[in-house]
Design a protein around this ligand. Structure first.
Ligand SMILES: Nc1ncnc2c1ncn2[C@@H]1O[C@H](COP(=O)(O)OP(=O)(O)OP(=O)(O)O)[C@@H](O)[C@H]1O
Length: 241
């Protein structure tokens, strides 16, 4: 079976700045894949290309056997961007309804998905408030609910737990693991939090637009001869320097 996400020899520049350099990834169905690396490494640019929001200068990207970008595939890709794209004059529920209406869902499915997604991120009791009155963390949570609304096969979450309290963070991670284990969702998460990276099946370390190392957290710890994942991150960076 082909991998759910296939990135082949992808490069990208903005003007003269080379942001990604010959990136190759194969992410099979049901894998939880982490992208880590210092700020500016190219993680967001890479996930935006996988979603189809940016075009590669060279190379190709396939998701679910289709070449990206591909509008029809948005039904199957849930994307949570780093900055929230919400309608702040609408309530949380109205936002969820709006995004749900963009997808092929029956009215009944729409209702169920809104209940599920709001409950997952603990927003049920705040759904009637306008988003302009939400805190930063509540907006992040609403963005995550929107990413899940159409029950996509692929979830791409760019720093999903920034600004979210530790208890909810744990419940979000346990749901991500459930989605992977029970529903075989394919999930990409970018993160700066090393204990989150350790929950991934495979982690890629990105720096200066290149993948420096890729493997399971255990393999990366062995490679960099440490028990501590923070140290893996630091040593991978140093090796390149
Ligand atoms: N639209 C753009 N135009 C010009 N430069 C850009 C654009 N988007 C990103 N960049 C540059 O590309 C590089 C990679 O940015 P990117 O957002 O992909 O990094 P990142 O690894 O996601 O960082 P962070 O962890 O801080 O989110 C940075 O130097 C950034 O300034």
């Amino acid at each position: 079976m082909n991998p759910t996400i296939k990135v082949e020899q992808v490069s990208k520049s903005y003007g003269k700045k080379n942001v990604l350099n010959d990136v190759n990834l194969n992410i099979p169905k049901g894998q939880l894949f982490g992208l880590i690396g210092p700020s500016g490494a190219g993680k967001t640019t890479l996930v935006k290309m996988i979603v189809g929001m940016e075009k590669a200068d060279a190379g190709s990207i396939q998701v679910l056997d289709q070449k990206m970008p591909n509008l029809a595939l948005l039904q199957e890709i849930g994307y949570m961007a780093q900055s929230d794209a919400l309608y702040v004059e609408l309530t949380g529920e109205e936002n969820l309804k709006f995004f749900a209406s963009l997808y092929k869902l029956s009215k009944q499915e729409q209702k169920q998905r809104i209940l599920y997604a709001a409950n997952l991120v603990n927003l049920t009791s705040d759904l009637n408030k306008r988003v302009s009155a939400y805190s930063g963390g509540m907006k992040r949570r609403l963005s995550m609910a929107i990413a899940l609304i159409q029950d996509p096969k692929v979830l791409i979450l760019d720093e999903p737990t920034v600004g979210i309290d530790p208890e909810l963070k744990l419940s979000i991670w346990s749901e991500l693991l459930r989605l992977k284990n029970e529903e075989e969702k394919t999930i990409i998460v970018t993160t700066h939090v090393m204990d989150e990276a350790e929950k991934c099946d495979v982690v890629a370390m990105v720096r200066d637009g290149r993948i420096l190392a890729i493997g399971s957290p255990k393999e990366l710890k062995e490679l960099y001869k440490t028990d501590n994942f923070d140290e893996v991150f630091l040593r991978a960076g140093r090796k390149q320097a």
